[in-house]
Design a protein around this ligand. Sequence first.
Ligand code: ADP
Ligand code: MG
Length: 697
Amino acid sequence: METVPEYFGKLVFDDRVMKANLSANIYSSLKKTIDEGAKLDINVANAVAEAMKNWAVSNGATHFTHWFQPLTGITAEKHDSFITPSPDGGVIMEFSGKELIRGEPDASSFPSGGLRATFEARGYTAWDPTSYAFIKDKTLCVPTAFCSYGGEALDKKTPLLRSMQALNKQALRILKLFGNDTVKYVNAMVGPEQEYFLIDKKMYQKRRDLRFTGRTLFGAKPPKGQEMDDHYFGVIKPRVAAFMQELNDELWKLGILAKTEHNEVAPSQHELAPIYNMVNVSTDHNQLTMEIMQKVASRHGLVCLLHEKPFAGVNGSGKHNNWSISTDTGLNLLSPGETPYENAQFLLFLCAVIKAVDDYQDLLRMSVATAGNDHRLGANEAPPAVVSIFLGDELTAILSAIESNTTYSGTQKTVIKLGVDVLPRFNRDTTDRNRTSPFAFTGNKFEFRMVGSSNSIACANIMLNTAVAESLKIYADRLEQAEDFETALHEMIRKTIRDHKRIIFNGNGYDDHWIKEAENRGLSNYRTTPDCIPHLLDRKNVEMLTSHKVFSLAELHSRHDIMLENYCKTVVIEANTMVDIARTEILPAIQAYAVDTANAAAAKKELNEMIPCGYEMSLVKKLSVLISRIDAALYELEDALIALGNAKDIAEESILIRDTVIAKMSELRLACDEAETVTAKKYWPLPSYGELLFGVS
Ligand code: ADP
Ligand code: MG
């Protein structure tokens, strides 16, 4: 049997394979394109395509596809086979540089938010050589960007690559000011921790809510939930362990650095963390991980739920986006250094993040806004919809000492003078304990915890990279003109702390007091998707994002429309599914139980008038009241859905949904869940929460 190092990355056309299969010239031109964005020559592309195809065919591939990430949030592919007829009636396997570089999927039905007029509905895909090609299901997958003929990005990948460039450009300016000339480029590094649920496939199939919407729309609270905390880091069950093992194997073959798995807080909830990587690679890998999780689960008779809130009353799932900035020379710019100069540099980058998160709270919030994630953020769950930063007491004390030019009374009792004094070393352990913060500094990286489990991590990182690039740009503009670098630097750090300390909060983010306090501090609290998305088009946001050339104005309008459309469609599908299940499964079940109970009472009476039937009578009454309540709630929900037709645009529709449809859905659910608790098990058409949550052995 092959060992892990032998099969790790076996299905990836990575650097090792390139080196082995390309001539030295071709390899070095390609490397220049990958590392420095140099333009790719068609002869190089032809040679790379040929080598890629030969490698893919020898590994069993028959097809190729341009793999891309449209605005739906999932990935898309259209397969073409390599075969070309040969004159002798057979076939040869061909793949040209042109096919590698550019593709034209007939992709007219991907959402574009109006970016493509229908007469030119075809977008095109362009090879992204910074992300390795790989083989999946006998298909060579070439990672690509997806654009319209006008050059507008129709995907999540293109703005992500642009945001990386923006960050690189501004960070290099800062490094230069610190005398660092050897660094060639700066990258955002990301490790996303993926949470998910695993449930039994047979039970899943009996629930149309799970099948159509990915979450349960009904379900009474089980007698046992997550109260005991006995699942967290508990022993992994054999079926789950088998799933995890196969998942690791599949991911490793694709060069994905899956590192740790453990059980999460809720029953049947788990987590997978990869080792961090460049953000574009992490984004691709996370999309692949989600896809492969679902496939492998299915082979084990399981279903992997990636929804943010599959079960009411049970912890939802998120994706902790661990983010840092690193140089090609391996220096983590968010890591406190050894020398005074390194520390000043670290503090400046730290301040850039603090300023960015405060100035663009709204962009971070909306980068994770979906109907699914609204059940976590802004509901009574981690983390809140208010964006704040956890720095830990020690770093916070250092910053306030710098702000006020006073003594820092930590391990070292001196006034800290930047560029002269060595910062006290602070212990990583003291920084990693607050699990309630939406944006926590954990020693040498920030952990953005608002991302939803099914979200692509692209959007969050686009906003983060660009907002930090903007802070760095403002710093660089000022420092490049400064007569005395050190004084200007010190002043700028002090100013940032003074202006932005309101965003720093080290306490409990779940606490109601905090929400009040945040309001007093002027922090925004957008509880729902319809609340925050319109702010994408606020002037300050448009100016910032377009000035770094990460989005054009038209692209921002398209994202605005698509995010709201997704929200509306998602909730409307859920509402329709509820109506359907309640009317065709739940009501008939309660009715049957009521009738059988009434018949039982009648049978007893027939036997003997004197037999008491109080139980039956009160049960029939209770069931009948519930039937009427459910029936009324159904009509009200349907009316709310019909009224959506009056909305004049998508923003208004989303507000109507938030205020009416969702409220009516809750009423309907409440009545049905109550009915579940009084209806005999054998009548109830849906597997219960207890069965779903504890059904995998
Ligand atoms: P935990 O949060 O469970 O304590 P770690 O903090 O060690 O675990 O790592 C969580 C995730 O953060 C992993 O995916 C890891 O690879 C990633 N990570 C670690 N260091 C960095 C870094 N410098 N930049 C980005 N991600 C990182
Ligand atoms: Mg973590």
